[in-house]
Design a protein around this ligand. Structure first.
Ligand SMILES: *[C@@H]1O[C@H](CO)[C@@H](O)[C@H](O)[C@H]1NC(C)=O
Ligand SMILES: *[C@@H]1O[C@H](CO)[C@@H](O)[C@H](O)[C@H]1NC(C)=O
Ligand SMILES: [Cu+2]
Length: 315
């Protein structure tokens, strides 16, 4: 029960309840469009964890939409810079909340997709043709996209391609938290869809097209992985490559997937001390041993205990 005491010492974090996040405001060329305006925001900040459910499209299923759903469509000139603003709860920025915009353990990538729609206000979001317009994963160094989001106080900025046809679109901005992604389900998907009207534009046919659900699988290397051990060296962002008006450019993160030569020799075993069951094996500021004793896995047991990792039973 010693482990319980060490967990209890994290009490200052336990009080912040769930440490999730919501994309809840859109900026266009540096101008904020209003809190919850033009975005289908869930009223609860919990994650979607099932990659085959329709809730993965625009949220709002198990996390019912804030009511009334905004009937605003945000005008966005093609080629504009847009900024998605994330916060821990639907109530917006809270500088006193250590988990705003998201708890720092919730490391992972940020992605954005567009789908052209007859009406950005249509309620049915199934069966749409999505293309990816932005992704940010891991690196340089050990920085995740989420680390950059936190440093930017919840803001992530990217460009709406200047060549896409004018018209109404849903803009799906997504954060994937990987702190529990060592098994599936485990990765946490946080997304909202903004309702936009692209003006100007061109006549490009965006590609490749993907679908939600369908874009992700529970076995994708970017969805089922341990981000703690072995250290991540080459994170593969899930989903298709990013569409670019210059032609589809390979993602910087996924371009260098090693063709892992299979060796018949036994993989080198990590050296150094082994952490016993329930022992601490990682977390913010932790510098001790990270190898768990056989039969246990290093992870944060729940969102209540997010800032330290312990060797829990692998099963
Ligand atoms: C995931 O969603 C699909 C589609 O709604 C459903 O059939 C399946 O049971 C869900 N899986 C879990 C583990 O909830
Ligand atoms: C596309 O072209 C623009 C303008 O030349 C350039 O700034 C941008 O970096 C290019 N993007 C890619 C992905 O090659
Ligand atoms: Cu969370």
């Amino acid at each position: 029960m010693k482990s319980i005491l060490s967990i209890a010492s994290l009490g200052c974090f336990l009080g912040s309840a769930y440490a999730h996040t919501i994309f809840q405001e859109l900026w266009v060329n540096g101008v904020a469009q209003g809190h919850k305006v033009g975005i289908r925001v869930p009223s609860y900040d919990g994650p979607i964890e099932n990659v085959t459910t329709n809730d993965l499209i625009c949220n709002g299923g198990i996390n019912p939409y804030f009511q009334p759903i905004s009937q605003t469509i945000i005008d966005v000139p093609a080629g504009a810079e847009v900024t998605a603003e994330f916060h821990h709860t639907i109530h917006g920025k809270n500088p006193g909340d250590l988990s705003d915009p998201i708890d720092p353990t919730h490391k992972g990538p940020l992605l954005a997709y567009l789908a052209k729609v007859p009406s950005a206000l249509q309620t049915d979001v199934t069966g749409l043709d999505w293309f990816k317009i932005y992704e940010d994963g891991y690196g340089p160094g050990t920085q995740w996209a989420v680390d950059r989001l936190i440093a930017n106080e919840g803001l992530v900025t990217f460009t709406i391609p200047e060549c896409i046809p004018a018209g109404e679109y849903l803009l799906r901005v997504e954060l994937i938290a990987l702190h529990s992604a060592f098994s599936y389900p485990g990765a946490q998907f946080y997304m909202s869809c903004a309702q936009i009207r692209v003006t100007g534009g061109g006549n490009a046919v965006p590609a490749p097209i993907t679908h939600f659900p369908g874009a992700y699988s529970g076995t994708d290397p970017g969805i089922k992985l341990s981000i703690y051990y072995p250290p991540v060296t080459n994170y593969v962002i899930p989903g298709p490559p990013v569409f670019s008006c210059n032609g589809t450019a390979p993602s910087t993160s996924s371009a260098v997937v090693p063709s892992s030569p299979v060796s018949s020799t036994v993989a080198p075993q990590p050296t150094g001390p082994t952490v016993g069951q329930w022992g601490q094996c990682g977390g913010i500021g932790y510098t001790g041993p990270t190898t768990c004793v056989a039969g246990t896995t290093c992870f944060a047991q729940s969102d209540y205990v997010r800032t330290s990792l312990f060797c829990f039973d692998a099963g």
